[in-house]
Ligand binder design. Structure first.
Ligand code: GUN
Length: 283
């Protein structure tokens, strides 16, 4: 029997609907819209598309969105001054600086300058530390979206063996922390891991976030495993994930497609984080 296809588009639509409801309740209680400010520096076409989608989704959810588009040659102090202004603006609940920044700008300094209470990306060291300590935190959107899909598919994740492939600050590391919070037994694999197929073959949950097209093969998987593919790779004009999808579908219990799996969840979670930040700021 082929694996279940995990429909991220449908899950994201449901989450966006729920967030729109929460945004309406926030507006009624606070007398203002929850507000998200997105900062885009330079003219990377992929980033421009992402930011456009974020802007549209913010408005559709009934929130106030603002996008600050800055030229690629702005200097660090100008960018830091914008962050300071957004930190001080009471109408702004969430700040997202689209990454990567153009060469010459220090993204670590920019991330650290964002008010942790407005850090809807969950990248500020304070939120990273809170997540690692098991404390309430603003959590990075993509891994939080993966947990949402896993919970929907499996219910409780407690006691399951999970392997995260990839150790990036945006996905792999926070993903591992969230799985630990869900009481999984977590292995983090990466480019130096020895015998990756053997490690993957033990996993009830596989999260692939390495950025290598179709690297995870079907015959690595434990039969019935749940596979979350975070990869988005363009190969000969089409998008493929980090998992060999057709092979995985013959072995796994459930698989996220690319596109239409994890991708749509990221923006829905960004909106959820923004309403969450707005509520906390209103106390
Ligand atoms: N670039 C790619 N993914 C992300 C993300 O989740 N947040 C930000 N700010 N930039 C990104």
């Amino acid at each position: 029997m082929p694996a279940t296809l995990i429909d991220g588009k449908a899950a994201a639509a449901a989450l966006r609907e729920q967030v729109a409801e929460e945004a309406r309740a926030f507006q009624a209680a606070a007398g203002r819209h929850a507000g998200l400010a997105v900062v885009l520096v330079g003219d990377d076409p992929a980033s421009a598309v992402y930011v456009g989608s974020k802007e549209k989704a913010t408005r559709t959810a009934g929130m106030a969105g603002q996008v600050h588009r800055l030229s690629a040659d702005i200097d660090q102090p100008t960018l830091m001054a914008l962050i300071d202004r957004l930190n001080a603006d009471p109408a702004v609940d969430g700040i997202l600086v689209q990454l990567p920044l153009p060469a010459g700008l220090d993204s670590d300094a920019v991330i650290a300058a964002v008010d942790p209470a407005k850090d809807v990306d969950g990248f500020h060291p304070l939120n990273v530390g809170r997540l690692a300590s098991g404390l309430p935190a603003l959590v990075p959107c993509t891994p939080k979206g993966c947990i949402f899909l896993l919970r929907q598919q499996l219910g409780s994740l407690s006691g399951l063996d999970a392997v995260v492939i990839g150790r990036s600050a945006i996905v792999g590391r926070p993903m591992a922390q969230l799985l630990l919070t869900e009481s999984c037994t977590v292995t983090i694999a990466h480019s130096r891991t020895r015998d990756l197929p053997a490690i993957v073959s033990r996993a009830d949950i596989v999260v692939a976030a390495v950025g290598r097209p179709e690297m995870v093969r079907g015959d690595w998987l434990k039969p019935g495993a749940t596979v979350i593919d975070v990869g988005i790779n363009r190969v000969e004009g089409r998008l493929v994930g980090d998992v060999a999808f057709d092979e995985a579908m013959t072995v796994a219990g459930a698989v996220t497609p690319v596109p239409g799996g994890v991708g749509p969840m990221t923006i829905a979670v960004l909106l959820a984080n923004t309403v969450e930040a707005a509520r906390r700021r209103e106390g």
